[in-house]
Design a protein around this ligand. Structure first.
Ligand SMILES: NC(=O)C1=CN([C@@H]2O[C@H](COP(=O)(O)OP(=O)(O)OC[C@H]3O[C@@H](n4cnc5c(N)ncnc54)[C@H](OP(=O)(O)O)[C@@H]3O)[C@@H](O)[C@H]2O)C=CC1
Ligand SMILES: CC(=O)[C@](C)(O)C(=O)O
Ligand SMILES: [Mg+2]
Ligand SMILES: [Mg+2]
Length: 339
């Protein structure tokens, strides 16, 4: 299937006129969607669970917070932006009993629909508007008058205009200022899980940490290793973001560019590529999803996840990084950690 690409001129945001939009969850994506939609003139309410630590923040930012059930009853479009591992239970308990024909259920990631954890009644729409960006950047770029690309699709079209609603929603959160690329739930789920595991989060952090540890184990100062392998990464990736690999390579030295070509393949070897193919297979056959949901279940107390998080936080690299970042008055370490 040849997926189409859309921009602002292709989207009719007036499709949301008179539509009531509930954002369930107020975390990384939730706060961005709610605030961007509100700033785009959309009628928004936030659904949160009793005792939610996000409630005060949402209300402080001028949003009305109601229960999930009230939100689902009130809204025409219900965007589910809570943790993937919690969505199926919350949907069954709070959303499903409050649906009516013609409502729209929306997602920013296809996990729960693709793996069959959630099934939506056929007389309701199911759409996706999945930013290809962290939620905080979805918000910050919108405020700057820019936007982040989103993948969009209509999985169920009960009203005949589900895809138009997805385009309108994508435009209202700023995505059409960048691009809205058509997708389907299988494609978005598998490519997003692959990208976050093998490149954006899993891959690049392991690469950076391996570089840091190699230098430290060889006796170099951890601060030097941190500047070289962690801190400068943003500066290099910023150049790639703006001008691609060739643009970045036009800015670095010939020495670095030569080493890039000759040494890089000794790091990302055939074994690394085989690892990527192994990880993709586990995503496609559901093994990753099964392992994730089991490990993240309430019964498991998330002991494995919490142990991995703790182990990753208690490293010389993280300790070195905290000291380095504290050097910069302009760096607000707590901005994300306490947001
Ligand atoms: N993080 C990202 O940048 C991206 C995320 N996505 C997708 O967006 C979705 C949301 O992820 P993300 O924004 O990272 O989530 P976060 O973990 O950042 O936030 C989760 C939010 O959900 C709330 N929440 C948790 N359980 C419930 C519940 N039962 N009822 C109501 N609210 C609840 C939490 O509130 P509290 O704990 O205070 O109650 C919190 O506000 C996921 O599908 C994810 O895959 C897609 C693209 C990028
Ligand atoms: C930020 C993003 O796109 C991710 C990595 O897919 C996610 O947070 O799930
Ligand atoms: Mg992603
Ligand atoms: Mg993701």
């Amino acid at each position: 299937m040849a997926f189409r690409m859309f921009h602002e001129q292709d989207c009719d945001v007036s499709k949301l006129d008179g539509k009531k939009v509930a954002i369930i969850g107020y975390g990384s994506q939730g706060h961005a969607h709610a605030l961007n939609l509100k700033d785009s003139g959309v009628d928004v309410k936030v659904g949160l669970r009793p005792g939610s630590k996000s409630k005060a923040k949402a209300e402080k930012q001028g949003l009305e917070v109601v229960s999930n059930a009230e939100a689902a009853k009130w809204a025409d479009i219900i965007m589910i932006l809570i943790n993937d591992e919690y969505q199926a239970k919350m949907y069954k308990e709070d959303i499903e009993p409050n649906l009516a024909p013609g409502k729209t259920i929306a997602f920013a990631h296809g996990f729960n629909i693709h793996y069959g954890c959630i099934t939506v009644r056929p007389d309701c729409n199911v759409i996706m508007v999945a930013p290809k960006a962290p939620g905080h950047t979805v918000r910050s770029t919108y405020v700057e008058g820019k936007g982040t690309p989103c993948l969009v699709c209509a999985h169920q079209d009960a009203t005949g205009d589900a895809f138009d609603l997805a385009l309108a929603y994508g435009a209202a959160i700023g995505g059409a200022r960048a691009a809205l690329l058509e997708t389907d739930f299988k494609t978005e789920t598998e490519t997003d899980l692959f990208g976050e595991q093998n490149v954006l989060c899993g891959g690049v952090t392991d690469l950076m940490e391996a570089g840091f540890n190699t230098l430290v184990e060889a006796g170099y100062d951890p601060r030097n290793a941190y500047f070289e392998c962690i801190h400068e990464m943003k500066l290099i990736v910023d150049l790639i973001y703006e001008s691609g690999f060739a643009g970045m390579r036009s800015s670095i030295s010939n020495t670095a560019e030569y080493g890039d070509y000759t040494a890089g393949p000794h790091v990302i070897t055939e074994a690394a590529k085989e690892g990527m193919r192994y990880n993709l297979k586990r995503i496609q056959n559901g093994e990753f999803a099964k392992e994730f949901l089991l490990d993240m279940s309430e019964e498991s107390h998330q002991v494995h996840f919490k142990a991995m998080r703790r182990q990753q936080a208690e490293t010389l690299m993280e300790e070195t990084g905290k000291k380095i970042r504290a050097l910069y008055a302009w760096n607000d370490e707590d901005k994300l950690l306490n947001n």
